[in-house]
Design a protein around this ligand. Structure first.
Ligand SMILES: [Zn+2]
Length: 488
């Protein structure tokens, strides 16, 4: 049985092929770094079925008539859907069932994005970005892969139900995002379906960037309603709405509403998403900032802060009040915050501004405190009302359920069984609980120690890490291992 593994980087090919050989598999490598003789030899080995696995760049196998390739793996996301379709088409030319595996990561996408950014011709560059966004949409999609592929090539078919990962995956936890979807779609509607995803998210988050202010979108009722959700999460929600065709991309990349969008907005249709795709971050309740209070400030200190603001405004070509308004500067001059956390307590200072200007203001503020400076007491009020978004943004109940079982001192395997979820899902929950500070790291270690790992898998992982140098790549290798074993 022949398998081809495509990797985009020459440098990685020999490493993968060595790993397969160490694992007792008949593998060879084919890449531009080999001499013509070596390439010829590898090619013949493959054609004559002397080897089972060929690790190669995508150029390999073009034009060869090898009908019994059973398994094609992409170890990174292809550049376009067309390329992917063509490359996977090398499997199963004899008409017998064959498999394809697409391994992708956000890192791959970032890398490809950087390659595209270097393209000089603007039309070509923007076309390349568009193509990449389409394959990305495919990779992250939740529907039937066969259906998505045929849809892409303007053909329609029913979901396969039994042949692709999405149709077969029995272990999918879903979250209802109907409320967030409504906010997103309403924002598209209120901004007259003329803007792209980035701008919609800016409005939802209550951004004060120039484009928002120029369009006067800070006056809309939807402005800032989504500030309880992270930018990354809004992006995922937007992508999901595109995937289910509640939104389409129109002229100048403006998002357009479809009939489905109307139904969602009228609560006639619900929207859900794979929980794992939605990186829910629990929002910590922040003490409320004090509003409308007059502060006495030293005029000299205020002038120094104002000078820095003017300097930044000049550099960025923006009006000074966009950086920080006078009220914010006054408060700063009064409290003279000396760290990020206390700077964040100042009205008008948010996370984004801290990222952009925090360092420079803190450097200046540090010089403004005199020896006899007395820390003014902030009279903070705990925020009483939490908006609906924040509530829905709390950690997904599934993690809590897992935590409850952990607290009953059950071993991981048993938790997985009780919850009818796969072991890796439970491991993911445990990592999430630790990241959210809901579980001690020591407890995680204790739990992980109870997991029994097959010797073959252990061996594959340790050799994978040794050979490839990173856990991430060994992780890719593990998916291949799983698939190869399934096929035997
Ligand atoms: Zn399917």
């Amino acid at each position: 049985m022949n398998k081809v593994l495509f990797t985009p980087f020459h440098a990685k090919i020999p490493k993968h092929s060595v790993l397969f050989k160490k694992q007792g598999l008949k593998a060879s490598a084919y890449h531009a770094g080999l001499s013509a003789t070596e390439r010829h030899q590898a090619f013949n080995q493959f054609v004559n079925d002397d080897i089972d696995i060929m690790v190669a760049t995508i150029a390999f196998g073009m034009g060869i008539d090898k009908s019994n390739i059973r398994f094609v793996v992409h170890m990174s996301i292809p550049k376009t859907m067309e390329a992917y379709y063509q490359e996977m088409g090398r499997a199963g030319r004899d008409g017998l069932p064959s498999e394809v595996l697409l391994l992708y990561s956000t890192g791959d996408l970032g890398l490809l994005g950087r390659f595209i950014a270097d393209i000089e011709d603007e039309t070509y560059r923007s076309a390349a970005y568009h193509k990449l966004s389409l394959i990305k949409k495919y990779a992250f999609s939740e529907g039937c892969r066969h259906q998505a592929l045929s849809h892409y090539f303007d053909d329609e078919m029913l979901a396969c139900k039994t042949q692709c990962d999405n149709c077969l995956n029995p272990d999918v936890e879903r979250s209802d995002i109907s409320e967030q979807a409504k906010m997103f779609l309403s924002t598209v509607y209120r901004t007259e379906q003329r803007f792209g995803q980035g701008h919609i998210v800016d409005v939802l988050l209550g951004s004060q960037n120039q484009k928002v202010l120029n369009s006067e979108h800070q006056k809309l009722s939807v402005y800032g309603v989504g500030s309880g959700i992270s930018r990354a999460e809004w992006k995922v929600i937007g992508d999901r709405l595109l995937e289910i065709d509640a939104l389409t991309i129109g002229e100048f990349k403006g998002l357009k509403l479809t009939n489905l969008a109307m139904q969602i907005m009228k609560s006639e249709q619900a929207v859900d998403i794979r929980t794992s795709n939605l990186q829910t971050q629990s929002k910590v309740l922040k003490p409320k900032k004090i509003a409308k209070q007059e502060y006495e400030v030293d005029a000299e200190i205020f002038e120094k802060l104002r000078a820095l603001r003017a300097e930044i405004a000049q550099e960025e070509g923006m009006p000074a009040y966009i950086i920080f308004d006078n009220k914010t500067l006054t408060e700063m001059a009064h409290f003279l915050p000396d760290n990020e956390a206390s700077l964040l307590q100042i009205n008008g200072v948010g996370k984004i501004k801290i990222e952009k200007y925090g360092k420079r203001f803190l450097t200046l503020l540090a010089t403004l405190r005199t020896e006899d400076f007395q820390e003014p007491v902030q009279n903070l009020v705990q925020e009483a009302s939490v908006t609906k978004v924040e509530q829905s943004n709390k950690i997904h109940p599934t993690y809590q359920t897992t935590l409850n079982l952990i607290e009953q001192d059950l071993p991981i395997a048993e938790i997985a069984q009780q919850r009818a979820l796969a072991l890796p899902t439970i491991l993911g929950h445990i990592n999430k609980l630790v990241a959210e500070g809901m579980l001690e790291d020591a407890k995680r270690q204790q739990l992980f120690d109870t997991v029994v790992i097959d010797e073959k898998v252990k061996n594959w992982i340790s050799q994978g890490i040794e050979q490839l140098g990173s856990v991430d790549e060994a992780h890719h290798q593990l998916s291949i291992f799983k698939q190869l074993n399934q096929n035997q």
